[in-house]
Write a protein of this length. Structure first.
Length: 644
């Protein structure tokens, strides 16, 4: 019976066009430049073959996830009518999802359009779209004749109009920042909103400040980040959240893919950019929750139950599965300029076997990046990231476009330590030269925050919940330490209030900073209770920076903080006193250097809270060595400034 049913599905070939249609699903016949047009299509023969595969399994029908360019193919050719420019976009298999509120989860649902093609339109003017499906069929049918079904849909026309969007991100010529395809500078103001804690719609609060988040919560946090001025978010495709492949090798959860669709739609609507981590390290280690560790990874069974992660990265069968998943990711989401960076591996240092098999890991990165760029023609930036050193040769390979590490610390000098990591002479790391001088690539802290402890081993998120001082200081200091954006903070992504108190001021300051990519020389200096992190342009005619009263740090500002077990948390036993407001520093001043000699300048001071209000404007003059003395504009905690 199975064979007869499968044969019946194939016999639909002669009438395949009867129910084969392609339509614009969104936004319509008019689309703004760099926005997305989505084509939905159905094809009677192909759909029947896919149904047979899902119902009867391997050996029957067509596996929709193995469609490959030049073989079984769903694609569209987009042609700009005036210029003749053509772009090919590949299709992907798609199921809708619906919210089951009673079960508190998404469930896959049927759709009239099981194939989708997405295209971010790069140029204004009239476009034509020609959709094509090719379905090669082989098997013991009609005396071993190989049947070929090829179908062209009617041409679809639409008009692209101008917009305020600037296109995909790339590394700028100075190798310090990112910029848009049209050369417009970009500065990342971002945060980790890495995952939903469980594959449910709505989370719950078992014990404050702990909160278990679901998909709805995650979407809320991403919306909040965009609403408060953030433009950069790091998402990790963890198997319990947006990771699409876990239960079975080579098959992808349409429910979790639906969540990733939703996140990207928010990013596109609010002009945000996603730092997308493709591989969560927890799935490639054994000392993790067994349900999501290497023990449960679907590739482990294929490589052999006693196999290592390194073997999975090098064996042809599993390497092809990696490529197949990345091909699906590229087709479903890689069309979008709002994917900023593909991070191939999270915290590589912790992957099983990395220390003894660095070359195999490097070769995997080269292979995957080449596959994206050559075979898939994907132009996105690639990265990888580490927890602690050593980084080996990984960041030196040309396939890695930006460098990234995770920097956590509790001490009072944590921000200065971060500056030293980027620029050299850090006492606690092998990176004596600093990331910029060693690799000459844009850098960002992909994660940042406090670490466990410091005294009673409380979860660091408990300290972070008591006060946003570390969140605040780290965000501002990192902006001027040489990175292409703020540190992408880890903790308190479930706290909309922290975003409201911090990101609007950051956004205003950098929106009003003309040509951020001109500021290429980072500095850090301190005197007494003041410290500053700042950048100057090459000519020394301008500077931007952050001035900080160092008494304003988490170790002083949390006197009544308790952890989730209601135990009062112990503060550092240092030589300064616990306070609730920053210590009065009197008439303290601080001198910065790196400016042109004997020039008249205007110093503009901004609040780092609220909406980033203008505090004060004053004039001054640099001395014969290009130094300028800064006097805080008020008795506050910290200030942003611009020197012109």
């Amino acid at each position: 019976m199975k064979q007869l049913l499968f044969f019946a599905a194939v016999c639909f070939s002669a009438a395949a066009s009867a129910k084969s249609e392609a339509v614009i699903l969104s936004p319509g016949k008019t689309i703004a430049r760099h926005h997305t047009i989505e084509i939905g299509l159905r094809h009677q023969l192909l759909d029947s073959l896919v149904d047979a595969w899902f119902e009867y399994g391997s050996g029957n029908g067509v596996n929709p996830y193995t469609l490959d360019a030049g073989k079984n193919e769903v694609h569209a050719l987009f042609t700009h009518v005036r210029t003749g420019k053509t772009v090919t976009a590949q299709g992907f298999y798609y199921q809708a999802a619906v919210a089951d509120e009673r079960a508190n989860q998404y469930r896959s649902s049927t759709t009239d359009w099981p194939w989708r093609i997405r295209f971010a339109v790069p140029d204004t003017g009239v476009w034509e779209c020609l959709v094509q499906v090719e379905v090669p069929l082989t098997g013991k049918m009609a005396h071993d004749v190989v049947l070929q079904n090829r179908f062209l849909y009617p041409v679809i026309k639409f008009n692209c109009v101008s917009s305020d969007r600037h296109g995909m991100l790339r590394v700028n010529s100075g190798q310090r920042y990112l910029e848009h395809a049209d050369g417009t500078p970009f500065f990342a103001i971002g945060q980790n909103i890495a995952w939903a804690d469980k594959p449910i719609l709505r989370g719950f609060s078992p014990l404050m400040p702990v909160y278990i988040s679901g998909y709805y919560d995650m979407l809320n946090y991403v919306n909040s980040l965009g609403d408060q001025g953030g433009n950069y978010v790091r998402i990790i495709m963890a198997p319990w959240s947006t990771g699409i492949e876990w239960e079975k090798a080579g098959e992808y959860s349409q429910e979790r893919a639906w969540v990733m669709d939703s996140i990207l739609k928010i990013a596109e609507r609010k002009n945000m950019y996603i730092h997308l981590c493709l591989e969560m390290h927890s799935g490639y280690i054994t000392h993790f929750d067994r349900e999501y560790s290497w023990y449960a990874h679907p590739y482990r069974a294929l490589a052999g139950k006693d196999s290592t992660v390194t073997e999975a990265l090098t064996q042809q069968a599993t390497l092809e599965l990696f490529k197949q998943r990345y091909r699906y990711i590229h087709r479903r989401w890689g069309y979008s300029p709002h994917i900023a960076v593909y991070e191939l591996m999270s915290e590589l240092t912790f992957w099983q076997g990395y220390t003894d098999h660095k070359e195999e890991f490097i070769n995997f990165h080269k292979t995957v990046a080449a596959y994206f760029k050559r075979d898939l023609e994907d132009a996105h930036i690639f990265s990888t990231c580490f927890g602690p050193a050593p980084y080996g040769k990984m960041f030196g390979i040309p396939e890695i476009g930006v460098t990234s590490i995770h920097h956590y610390g509790n001490n009072r000098t944590s921000n200065r330590d971060g500056y030293a990591l980027i620029n050299g002479k850090h006492p606690y790391t092998v990176e004596k030269r600093g990331f910029h001088r060693r690799w000459n690539k844009p850098f960002i802290f992909g994660e940042a925050g406090m670490i466990a402890g410091p005294v009673n081993a409380a979860d660091p998120d408990d300290y972070e919940y008591c006060t946003d001082v570390n969140f605040h200081n780290n965000s501002w200091a990192s902006c001027f330490s040489g990175s292409y954006g703020t540190a992408v903070y880890w903790y308190q992504w479930k706290n909309n209030g922290y975003r409201e108190k911090n990101y609007p001021a950051l956004r205003r300051f950098f929106d009003e900073t003309k040509n951020i990519t001109a500021y290429i020389n980072p500095y850090a200096t301190e005197k007494g209770l003041l410290e500053t992190f700042y950048k100057t342009n090459a000519e020394g005619t301008a500077a931007i920076g952050w001035l900080h009263n160092t008494t304003y740090w988490w170790g002083n500002m949390t006197p009544d903080c308790s952890d989730r077990a209601k135990k009062k948390m112990v503060l550092p036993n240092d030589d300064d006193k616990t306070i609730t407001t920053p210590q009065d520093i009197g008439d303290a001043t601080l001198t910065i250097s790196g400016l042109a000699k004997k020039q008249n300048v205007t110093i503009t001071w901004f609040s780092t809270r609220g909406k980033g209000e203008l505090l004060k404007t004053e004039t001054a003059r640099t001395d014969g060595r290009g130094r300028l003395t800064l006097t805080p504009p008020d008795k506050g905690a910290d200030w942003a400034y611009r020197v012109e």
